[in-house]
Design a protein around this ligand. Sequence first.
Ligand code: NG6
Ligand code: CA
Length: 506
Amino acid sequence: MIKTSFIKKISGSVLCGLLTLTVAAQQKPNIIIIYADDLGYGDVSCYGMKKIKTPHIDQLAKQGVRFTNAYATSATCTPSRFGLLTGKYPWRQKNTGIAPGDASLIIPTDHRTMPGMLKDAGYQTAAIGKWHLGLGTKEGIDWNKSIQPGPLEVGFTYSFIMPATLDRVPCVFVEDHHVVNLDPNDPIEVNYQHKIGTDPTGKENPEKLRMLPDPQQGHNQTIVDSISRIGWMTGGNSARWKDADIAGIITQKAIGFIGRNKQQPFFLYFASGDIHVPRYPHSQFRGKSGMGLRGDAILQLDWTVGQIVKALDSLGLTKNTMIIFSSDNGPVLNDGYMDKAAELVGTHKPAGPLRGGKYSAFEAGARVPFIVKWPAGVKGNNTSNTLIGQVDLFASFARLTKQSLQTDEAPDSYDMLSQLLGKSRNNRPYLVTHAGTLSLVSGDWKYVTPSKGPKIARDVNIELGNDAAPQLYHLSADVHEEKNVADQYPEKVKALAAELEAITKK
Ligand code: NG6
Ligand code: CA
């Protein structure tokens, strides 16, 4: 009797100790960034999409804070991702434009990144999905050997990535340092200058294609999975992806990572390939939106969000996991393939009330959906018009995880944790966005630097927002940037131009 109660006492206290340990280890919230590709401000139903429903994304908004004034750092992918992960405006560094498929790693390995900082805070950190930040050194990559530097050299403890974009070769997954399912007897070679190997190309064999590339835009080189891509590749046949399976595979990888790390804090940077071209979602979604493949890809993206939420629920991790949902840049319809996105969009406005789109200095270029859900720290049903940037996540997560930033880290990142949690509405003092030309958003105003660039990108049919004269918009009254009021407010233009100039020199 005595013995039993003694044992009970011991095991009770051991159990109690274990529980305390688990709770202590779980005190730091898990963080998941779900990063969509080319999803516009108006492309999900909680931001105004009427034609199709995105219930899982809407649910995040219902249970969290939905931001109406949040920005990617840029109007294209590579620079936005660079800004998000480094806390530094991409235009401060050369070669941060849209990365060619054979670009070397763009993120410097000698500075801490956001995942690196979280790793120091005790997190397991994963990059899963689209990378598009270059891989390897300037000497080039041998895709058949250890591929580095890459995500693991900039702070991630695990990675499972598509190296560039879905429309660029090599169309294979890379897990940590190696191409997945590569047969050493069928080595991969990639070339962006000239054709290599004997694989058919879209240019020579259009009859082999499931969707035609837009003749104005290229994308007519090596055919992988019946879709021609940018760049040429040969070999690696067993490793090549099937486009319809990508979302399912990366979602499974994400759920696997979450499951493996359920006992310790984790950070997951989940970069979906949806809804970037080529759009070829799983048959479960094809034909379901009534808006063609672009709408179908939005349904697939929403499903992905639902799967991740469900996995958290079943592991009991929902309460202490912060999910941030956003997009890398604004919307585009025809971005290289004749997938009928433009023909079938109907009355839907991918950019909602905003002007322009992907590539544009107008608001639709970089103002994107941005939702934060964290049951343990954020009240639901909250909408915030606070000015905030994805570049601010680095400093905000540092505060959340009680890490101090070194002086040269995340130079453009503001600690906006209170705003993320819906507890403050204080604006960031200003935010620079980038689409070739730089713009400064400050309070109600937006100043766009004069640029001699074209006014319209004809191939994608998007207004780029370039003008040789300075542009000034009163965003709170004119969110569609109809009226350039620079002539009416010369002092404002001067002040904002000077402020922007000073920021670029910092
Ligand atoms: C452009 C491609 C476009 C897309 C984009 C990158 C052409 C004509 N257009 O250069 O199809 O791949 O790059 O998109 O090649 S992003 O979302 O990754 O920035
Ligand atoms: Ca993009």
